[in-house]
Design a protein around this ligand. Structure first.
Ligand code: NAP
Ligand code: GDD
Length: 350
């Protein structure tokens, strides 16, 4: 970890998620004081950031606060108390398939949650730099390559909600002169990815099948094309966006295209298996409307911020499968005592 050099304060929503955990590490390494918003849950939900507590040096600069994106008064009181220099708004109901089941909830958290936060900042009169976690899902059915100038056509309640947050962020920048920016991030993955997103589901299945713990995994559409990058590199881009002289919106992507089938082939090949023998189809994982192809053009981020991806999909697949294997072989492997269906990665959410 590099020597801390900064003494700024950041407020991170979604700190318990994949990106929030990597961003907290990055900011702490830079010397920031980090305040994170967490939800009260009936079980522990801080496993991705627990290691930061265990490091006695980091403990003093990481603070967690209970709150929720649907609770405006709490957002106001927290922001008044913390008075951060930078706000990274990463919290959301982030699962596209689930957003079809819970469209109103997704709109309330993923969409309105953004304006609640922006409005809290405006009401208090904070001089902050604000990052909005916008998404390539907003491009929806608009054909690739997609850049900052590509028209949006969202294909899910999640995409619609993210578009609301995107325009709210631009509007607060234009209306109130806030330093508020959208990172339009294409899919980025890691061993910390939620288990019901397709890359983690496949990597986990390949590892469990290789170790003889399962035999099959059920998936939906194998033809979807995605531009998969490595999450730790994307949080560097988020930080870089808030350091620029002028606020602007940026795409972060690798610019490369792979299908879900390709990802399955890569993961299973890494453990010496033929994916066709282990992947089965389940229509429950299809979506009412699909986003067929997302391939980003990250040239603006490269030119203005010097941000470039370093890890591409084939290496990402290897990293994720290796992490699953070592987790399963290690003493801390968390095996459910109630394997309901006995099929790797199978869940309601998909
Ligand atoms: P993630 O792992 O699903 O994390 C989502 C975070 O939001 C979690 O910390 C979650 O808390 C929190 N959250 C959800 N609802 C909340 C609420 N009502 N109040 C407070 N917190 C709430 O997502 P991610 O992959 O890290 O993505 C981070 C952000 O980037 C999200 O906004 C996502 O939509 C967006 N994004 C992600 C990608 C990608 O490929 N990963 C691409 C583009 C944009 P719990 O831990 O308690 O559930
Ligand atoms: N989750 C899941 N589960 N997806 C599957 C499955 C399955 O069993 N089988 C096929 N897929 C396909 C989906 O239909 C989709 O086309 C693709 O795999 C990727 O699905 P996800 O991994 O769920 O990601 P996503 O692209 O829908 O959404 C992610 O990326 C967005 C950025 O474009 C999420 O992280 C969003 O929060 C993010 O904004």
């Amino acid at each position: 970890m590099s020597q801390p050099t900064d003494s700024r304060t950041a407020f991170v929503t979604g700190i318990t998620g994949q990106d929030g955990s990597y961003l907290a590490e990055l900011l702490l390494a830079k010397g920031y004081e980090v305040h994170g918003l967490i939800r009260r849950a009936s079980t522990f939900n801080t496993h991705r950031i627990d290691h930061l507590y265990r490091d006695p040096h980091e403990e003093s600069r990481l603070h967690l606060h209970y709150g929720d994106l649907t609770d405006s008064s709490r957002l106001v009181s927290l922001l008044s108390e913390i008075a951060p220099d930078e706000v990274y708004h990463l919290a959301a109901q982030s699962h596209v398939r689930v957003s079809f089941d819970e469209p109103e909830f997704t709109g309330n958290t993923t969409g309105l949650g953004t304006i609640r936060l922006l409005e809290a900042i405006r009401m208090i009169g904070l001089e902050v730099r604000f990052y909005q976690a916008s998404s390539s899902e907003m491009f929806g059915s608009t054909p690739p390559p997609q850049s900052e100038d590509t028209p949006f056509h969202p294909r899910s309640p999640y995409g619609v909600a993210k578009l609301y947050g995107y325009w709210a962020t631009r509007n607060y920048r234009e209306a109130y002169g806030m330093y508020a920016v959208n990172g339009i991030l294409f899919n980025h993955e890691s061993p910390r990815r939620g288990e019901t997103f397709v890359t983690r589901k496949i990597a986990r299945a390949a590892a469990r099948i290789a170790l003889g713990q399962e035999s099959q995994v059920y998936l939906g559409n194998l033809d979807a094309v995605r531009d998969w990058g490595f999450a730790p590199e994307y949080v560097e881009g988020m930080w870089a966006m808030l350091q620029a002289d002028e606020p602007s919106d940026y795409v972060l992507a690798t610019g490369t295209a792979y299908t879900v089938e390709d990802f399955a082939r890569l993961c299973f090949a890494h453990v010496g298996l033929d994916w066709t023998r282990h992947v089965r189809f389940d229509e429950r994982y299809l979506r009412p409307t699909e986003v067929d192809a997302l391939i980003g053009d990250p040239s603006k981020a490269a030119d203005d911020l010097g941000w470039r991806p370093r890890t591409f999909t084939p290496e990402l697949a290897r990293i994720m499968v290796d992490a699953e294997l070592s987790g399963l072989r290690g003493p801390a492997a968390d095996v459910s005592p109630f394997p309901v269906l006995g099929v790797a990665g199978r869940s309601i959410a998909g």
